[in-house]
Design a protein around this ligand. Structure first.
Ligand code: HEM
Length: 144
């Protein structure tokens, strides 16, 4: 799908709390909905509004997870910016690996097959023994 292309002066028209855009690494981002969620607060984002905030973003040393979030808010690309191949790839982050690990653990956290077998047959065996006992004791009473 063709990306929408914006000039920096077009981006500069969106610099309020109600309409906040900026550019990071050639991506034009509409972060209006992210302002309240930003762990670094909304003020820093509003200060960068309408500008190229690449340096500000990098100086903070944002995590890989933060870098991957950029795609979520992208509305287009900056005119004249050519993306390198690596730019479009998702950055592998510890957080996503952790999620994969969690999913793996959950999948393998189930009861082993033999446990399900025991769970089914042990109550059956107990109930069977109980009825056998009842039958035999009653049979004994009848003989007396
Ligand atoms: C869409 C763009 C942005 C996203 C998705 C984003 C995301 C995040 C996230 C997830 C964090 C938590 C720490 C981390 O995971 O790195 C964070 C912290 C922070 N961000 Fe951003 N950020 C963005 C843009 C910016 C910009 C442009 C600035 C500065 C002008 C900024 C300044 C900060 C600061 C000061 C913190 C707190 C760092 C700390 O407490 O050590 N962020 N951001």
């Amino acid at each position: 799908m063709a990306e929408r292309v914006f000039t920096l002066s077009q981006v500069a028209q969106h610099k309020s709390k109600k309409d906040c855009w900026f550019v990071i690494n050639g991506r034009v981002l509409n972060v209006t909905k992210f302002l309240e969620e930003h762990p670094g607060g909304d003020e820093v984002l509003i200060e960068s509004a309408g500008k190229d905030a690449t340096k500000d973003f990098e100086v903070i040393g944002h995590s890989k997870a933060a870098q991957n979030l950029l795609r979520k808010y992208q509305v287009g690309v900056l005119q004249g910016y050519t993306f390198k191949d690596e730019d479009s790839k998702e950055v592998p982050s510890k957080e996503s690996k952790k999620k994969e690990m969690n999913a793996f653990v959950i999948k393998n956290d189930g009861i082993p097959k033999y446990a399900a077998f025991v769970e089914f047959f042990v109550p059956l065996l107990v109930a069977g023994s109980f009825f056998c006992y009842r039958y035999l004791t009653r049979a004994t009473q009848i003989t007396y």
